[in-house]
Design a protein around this ligand. Structure first.
Ligand SMILES: [Zn+2]
Length: 350
């Protein structure tokens, strides 16, 4: 189990949780919200462990520090063995969290904790509760037992009913910056800056995924994503169509493709912002190893066009939740890029 001091990033969220531990004023309902894969659950488990720990470690003297679990008392041991009677983790059975699961939970939490001061319930991901389950949970949130702490974890807070949201104290989690992930990867994995950056940019601040990705694998993924902007794709409508199909086959794949395009065209903007491309240190770019090609894009489009393209990307990214036609959306984006490539060729030959 991690300590608070080992958690990377999330300084604001950790501060809030630490002040709760210090004051011993723990809300009955907390909502941890932020993108998937950035460590909400790890933080929730560390918080739960500290709450239940019998020999909680306080920071020493006046020095800065965290309140930490001891990691060896009986409670901490049970938690590590995943059989602590006062911690319940509710996860989807099948595709949703069902009302029966919430009812079973309610039957249990009315009783006093068996071991420690609190009964903690983690619901992850909370947005998987179906309407009946959410409705049933609401009753608990309206009149929670004294000793209950419910932690809802979600990357889609907007899909939870307002009645639930309004009863939770919300704690926002933000992705790590690419440079934070990059630094961590060079430290922990001993990778070169170049490799660390590639993985950081591919995983978009998802540290868990970044740590589990092998470098060869990452290079292969990048090579696949690169086909989105390569001239070979954009010059040939049939290839473009195939690439758009492959890179929009499901929500996660489309999200990664959009992220790649966004980082690529942010690089183009960076290049355009310097008076002389050739003077720019390529290490400023996310895709520094492709800077020759990014240079060509910087000449192909003006800053206004790049900005408009990024705005379109953003719009599609947000529209995903409304299940737009993914393939058509990506194809439209690539067609815009194709126009630029073809225009430039015509200018060059005319
Ligand atoms: Zn302990």
């Amino acid at each position: 189990m991690p300590f608070f001091r080992d958690i990377i990033g999330h300084p604001r969220a950790l501060d809030i949780l630490q002040s709760m531990l210090l004051s011993e004023e723990i809300p009955h309902a907390l909502l941890f919200m932020g993108e998937a894969g950035i460590g909400k659950r790890t933080v929730a488990l560390t918080f739960a462990q500290t709450l239940l720990c019998r020999e909680r470690q306080m920071p020493e003297g006046e020095s800065e520090g965290w309140i930490e679990p001891c990691n060896h008392c009986l409670s901490c041991q049970k938690l590590a063995a995943q059989n602590h009677p006062d911690l319940t983790i509710l996860e989807p059975e099948g595709s949703t969290i069902k009302v029966e699961q919430i009812r079973a939970l309610q039957d249990r939490i009315i009783f006093k904790p068996l071991d420690g001061p609190k009964r903690i319930i983690l619901i992850d991901p909370a947005d998987k509760m179906n309407a009946a389950a959410a409705n049933s949970l609401l009753k608990t949130l309206e009149e929670p037992p004294m000793h209950a702490v419910v932690i809802l974890i979600t990357s889609k807070p907007f899909s939870l009913p307002e009645t639930i949201l309004s009863r939770c104290q919300k704690i926002a989690f933000y992705p790590l910056s690419l440079s934070q992930v990059e630094t961590l990867l060079t430290e922990r994995k001993g990778w070169s800056t170049h490799d660390a950056r590639l993985i950081a940019s591919l995983t978009g601040g998802d540290l868990g995924e970044a740590l589990s990705l092998e470098i060869e694998n990452a290079r292969e993924i990048e090579a696949g994503l690169y086909t989105l902007v390569s001239e070979k794709t954009l010059n040939d409508y049939e290839v473009l169509f195939d690439v758009a199909t492959a890179h929009s086959r499901d929500e996660a794949v489309l999200a990664q493709s959009l992220q790649y395009l966004a980082a690529w065209f942010r690089d183009v903007l960076v290049l355009q912002s310097v008076p002389n491309f050739d003077l720019l240190d390529p290490s400023w770019l996310v895709y520094s190893w492709r800077h020759e090609e990014i240079k060509r894009w910087a000449a192909r489009m003006n800053t206004h066009e790049v900005g408009a393209f990024l705005a379109d990307l953003q719009e599609i990214h947000q529209a995903q939740i409304r299940n737009i036609n993914r393939q058509l959306a990506l194809e439209t984006l690539l067609m815009q890029l194709r126009d630029k490539v073809i225009n430039q060729k015509q200018k060059a030959s005319g």
